[in-house]
Design a protein around this ligand. Structure first.
Ligand SMILES: Cc1cc2nc3c(=O)[nH]c(=O)nc-3n(C[C@H](O)[C@H](O)[C@H](O)COP(=O)(O)OP(=O)(O)OC[C@H]3O[C@@H](n4cnc5c(N)ncnc54)[C@H](O)[C@@H]3O)c2cc1C
Length: 406
């Protein structure tokens, strides 16, 4: 009898959990052990961190413990922090032990590269960000302080940022909240972005989203600056290269991202930014048996822009990558080749009192389909429904719904 294959997945979020479930769906427990290693004990529905920041969700409402759903699927859960990956010896090293693997999927997400701009925060400077659970909770406290003492604010992204969608959501959600509370007249709002035009989002734009966002900002009296390189954030302002500074008492600035330190410093694994180079099956371009999905995978930007903007790796794209990688491992175990697919993108952008649904295929222009852009309050309801549905499916170990928006 052949020994069981050992499959290790690092990360328990969109990439890791989806890959682990999909692997188990395709490979029975007599053929392979599947181990998920995650430094976080819980799965968190990251897109709702903006709602945690706005105070309309708690972290408990948008997360669940990973151990029970994984063990129900005969997947081992190791609540450990990975220190390094030795791709020559094929082991994942944690403080507690070494996990040998035949196949490894790295889905470790990002590190906020706050060192890129002086003052990016919140734990490295006066800036704020929704990029992790702790940062979203900190931002919620900062927003509470703004309600008590209204003043000018800047929302935006630093040069090299890739995850710009949440900045748009926060500026619209804040505008909506401040109007509702009759505080908006005391809060001049600016949106500062490295994107060459509104709605570029690191994807080269999407149909008429530029016009829609420009109109929405003008209607809501949100001043915007594009191709803007933020150089410094202080307690009083945000400095922009070549154009001086914008007064700001609350600066929410999305940082550029890098790969996590354990991956970045593991020899032969990552590029200089700490992301993992992959092929169309999300296999590492040289390390045998290694895959990377989600934010951990390296993608080139879509074209050059005057101020750098990087390619976004959304939750929806992360899931597609996880499915492709899992299918490839299952096929290789069966002695077959699997197919791959171009990534598409779908998301719902919360605009406070309304929302816009965006769908593009493929992600990079030129595209086969004219992008779908649809605005209306129904999309806000759909975004809320999707969060609930997704969390339920993920907790039950069910295949995630793919037809609804993100
Ligand atoms: C505020 C915000 C809003 C967003 N909104 C949307 C949206 O509306 N739609 C959309 O499609 N996408 C959205 N995204 C993007 C989406 O959340 C990401 O694409 C997705 O989280 C990426 O999943 P991932 O599995 O690659 O990484 P992550 O979600 O970052 O997960 C990383 C995992 O790796 C684990 N890990 C990290 N380091 C270690 C270590 N050393 N050892 C062990 N485990 C480790 C973590 O515990 C975690 O489980 C948003 C992102 C943010 C921040």
């Amino acid at each position: 009898m052949n020994a069981k294959s050992r499959i290790v997945v690092v990360g328990g979020s969109f990439g890791g959990l989806t890959a682990a479930y999909e692997l188990r769906r395709r490979i029975d427990s007599d053929s392979a052990t599947i181990t998920v290693i995650s430094k976080d004990e819980r799965f968190t529905f990251v897109p709702s961190l903006t709602w945690v920041a706005m105070g309309t969700r708690t972290l408990t409402q948008i997360s669940f413990d990973l151990d029970v759903p994984l063990s129900k699927k005969q997947i081992i859960f190791a609540h450990q922090s990975v220190l390094a990956i030795d791709s020559d010896r094929k082991v994942v090293i944690t403080a507690e032990t070494e996990h040998p693997y035949d196949f490894l999927i790295v889905a470790t997400g990002h590190r906020s590269a706050n060192e890129a701009v002086t003052g990016l925060g919140p734990f490295d400077g006066p800036g704020h960000s929704p990029m992790s659970s702790a940062e979203a909770e900190e931002l919620n406290e900062a927003i509470e302080r703004l309600r008590q003492k209204p003043g000018p604010i800047v929302v935006g992204a630093a040069p090299g940022a890739s995850c710009i969608g949440p900045a748009y959501e926060l500026v619209f959600e804040l505008d909506h909240m401040l109007r509702r509370e009759k505080l908006r007249h005391m809060v001049p709002m600016s949106f500062v972005t490295p994107e060459p035009f509104l709605g570029h989002m690191g994807m080269g734009g999407m149909g008429k989203i530029r016009q829609l966002l420009e109109g929405a900002f003008e209607e809501r009296e949100i001043i915007y600056r594009t191709s803007a390189a933020i150089t410094k954030i202080t307690d009083q302002d945000v400095e922009i290269e070549g154009t001086g500074s914008v007064e700001s008492e609350l600066s929410i600035v999305i940082p550029p991202l890098g790969g996590i330190e354990a991956v970045a410093k593991s020899p032969g694994l990552a590029n200089p930014k700490g992301f993992i180079p992959v092929d169309s099956h999300y296999r590492h371009t040289s390390a045998e048996g290694v895959y990377a999905v989600g934010v951990a995978a390296a993608f080139a930007p879509v074209g050059e822009t005057p101020v750098p903007v990087n390619f976004p790796k959304t939750g929806h794209m992360t899931e597609q990558m996880a499915h492709i990688a899992a299918a490839d491992i299952a096929a290789r175990l069966a002695g077959k080749e699997s197919s791959s697919a171009e990534l598409s993108a779908r998301c719902i952008l919360d605009m406070g009192d309304t929302a816009v649904y965006l769908s593009v295929s493929p992600v990079r222009p030129p595209r086969n389909e004219i992008p779908t852009i649809s605005q209306g309050r129904r999309w806000l309801l759909a975004k809320h429904a999707f969060e609930r549905t997704y969390l339920w499916h993920a907790k039950m170990g069910r295949r995630m719904p793919t037809t609804l928006g993100w």
